[in-house]
Design a protein around this ligand. Structure first.
Ligand code: BES
Ligand code: ZN
Ligand code: ZN
Length: 501
């Protein structure tokens, strides 16, 4: 738990003290601790540290320099904030930098002095981002590594983090919010990092039940037999080649407000995507264990929602989960399936499976919960990577207000999106000769036609689709975003929910 304290840091001990400093034009960065300031002047005159953004300086004060009237700490970390007015992203990155810098040190109490010149709202945003960066930057996944493979690189851990600010009282809530959101992101990363043989549809179901039990959410698992009965031909079709039973996890959070609107979240939970009969090439196929990142994001958001308990909004999270494998009973190109809402689909390519399972989940969710708005999140198309690379999530929506909100939130929280269009012209690419739709629309505009496919299952409900194929892993590397799965979308969706009205 990150604590916030109003005690001035200078007067306190602690094994590790962190100062965030601005970069002045041509002098050494200033610091509230006089001794540290003197030190910084010397280092500055050597040309080694000027307070540039992302610059870090770790140093130690010998016993003779500490004590009464002097600095009380041993280990100091000074992190540069640059010369521009720092935005929340810079604080998030700084949090990540701090986490990285102390990762292999044995830190009892990590005390961080928040800069004081910020205005109130700005300060709150900055402190929240700092807390997020600290938690996100600490993330590691070593579960399947033995002591030898870790090779002395195991983190010694931080026992306690305290952020110091004269306006501590005003920061308590936002810092906790940032911490919970970041912990949810880490939970999503954990699920995604698990290999396909350790994270199956049944694990989504187990986690759903655990979350429900721990936090009092309602949880329903729709099993294969029930899916068949309800006519969920998409999930049933995709799961046919797999020995693992499919699951559809439905988690419900009810806010205390009686007549609150409902927001529906749907996440793609393909725990391994081989392509099915339209088998993918072998190179890089192992990454397709990450094809459940949308589902992981929805589970993680539900965890955070249960912890943060937003008022005035009910949230339903649905994760359709299955493997996509070839097998004697697998779905074949040319097969026709019928979805929950009665629409028929000609399956041209069994590798376009995400949309098939999402179609049932969306139609079911809209039908059962009559939501005010729906957001789905999925590693849906390779075309999203071709279009936007690994730096932005593709956003498609039938509602300008919802789209603009998501764009603004994404920009602000370091999960930027880029909106692509929908429309009748593109929809023509999905015309089938023998069914209502085909499941692919050709090479051109693959991300758009995939979204338009989904759109057929939400009716007139306000809806946004996040295609995270490019950002769910290999996302722009930063101090707080690791190489592997990023947990993208979790913080954006939490922010959307916490500010829903
Ligand atoms: N899970 C993939 C999309 C994907 C590819 C995500 C690479 C992340 C990285 C999806 O199920 C898929 O295979 N889509 C096909 C659709 C095509 C057959 C129309 C694709 O994008 O190639
Ligand atoms: Zn696929
Ligand atoms: Zn897939």
């Amino acid at each position: 738990m990150i604590k916030v304290s109003s005690q001035p840091l200078r007067a306190l001990g602690g094994d590790t003290v962190v100062y965030l400093v601005r970069q002045p034009e041509s002098t050494a960065p200033a610091c509230p601790d006089r001794q540290v300031s003197i030190y910084l002047e010397e280092v500055f005159s050597l040309g080694d540290f000027s307070g540039k953004a992302d610059e870090k300086l770790l140093f130690y004060l010998p016993a003779a320099s500490r004590g009464k009237g002097k600095s009380k700490s041993v280990r100091f970390l000074v992190v540069g904030l640059g010369s521009e007015d720092p935005d929340s992203e810079l604080f998030r990155k700084s949090g990540g930098e701090i986490a990285k810098a102390v990762a292999r040190l044995k830190v009892g109490k990590l005390r961080i002095q928040m800069i004081e010149e910020e205005s109130g709202a700005h300060l709150a945003e900055s402190a929240k981002a700092l807390a997020e960066g600290l938690v996100l930057g600490t993330y590691r996944f070593d579960k399947y590594k033995g002591k030898e493979s870790i090779n002395g690189e195991e983190p010694k851990g931080i026992q306690e983090i305290i952020i110091h600010s004269s306006r501590a009282q005003a920061l308590k809530k936002v810092v906790a919010h940032g911490e919970f959101a970041a912990m949810a992101v880490c939970a999503a990363r954990d699920m995604a990092n698990e290999p396909g043989n350790f994270w199956t549809p049944s694990d989504f179901a187990r986690m759903g039940r655990e979350l429900a039990e721990k936090h009092g959410l309602a949880c329903k698992i729709i099993e294969k037999a029930a899916m068949k009965k309800m006519g969920m031909g998409g999930v049933i079709g995709v799961t046919q080649g797999s020995a693992q039973p499919p699951k559809m996890v439905v988690l419900e959070y009810r806010s205390s407000g009686r007549k609150a609107p409902t927001l529906l979240l749907v996440g793609k939970g393909i725990t391994f995507d081989s392509g099915g009969i339209s088998l993918k090439p072998g190179a890089g196929m192992e990454d397709m264990k990450y094809d459940m990142c949308g589902g992981a994001a929805v589970m993680a958001v539900m965890q955070a929602v249960a912890e943060l308990k937003p008022g005035g909004v009910n949230v339903v999270g649905i994760v359709p989960a299955t493997e996509n494998l070839p097998g004697p009973e697998a779905l074949k190109p040319g097969d026709v399936i019928t979805h929950y809402n009665g629409k028929t689909v000609e399956v041209i390519n069994t590798d376009a499976e995400g949309r098939l399972i999402l179609a049932d989940a969306l139609a079911y969710g809209v039908d059962k919960f009559k939501p005010t708005a729906v957001v789905d999140i999925a590693t849906l198309t390779g075309a999203a990577i071709i279009g936007l690379g690994h730096h932005r999530t593709a956003l498609l929506s039938n509602d300008d207000t919802l789209a603009e909100r998501l764009l603004a939130i994404g920009d602000n929280c370091g999960e930027p999106c880029w909106r692509l269009p929908l429309g009748e012209d593109y929809k023509k690419q999905l015309k089938s000769e023998i069914a209502d739709l085909k499941n692919i629309g050709g090479r051109e505009a693959g991300t758009i036609t995939a979204a338009i496919f989904l759109q057929q299952f939400v009716g007139d409900t306000r809806w946004a689709h996040l295609d995270i194929a490019g950002t769910a892993w290999n996302f722009t590397e930063k101090s707080y975003i690791p190489k592997g799965p990023s947990g993208v979308g979790v913080r954006t969706l939490i922010e959307l929910i916490m500010n829903w009205e």
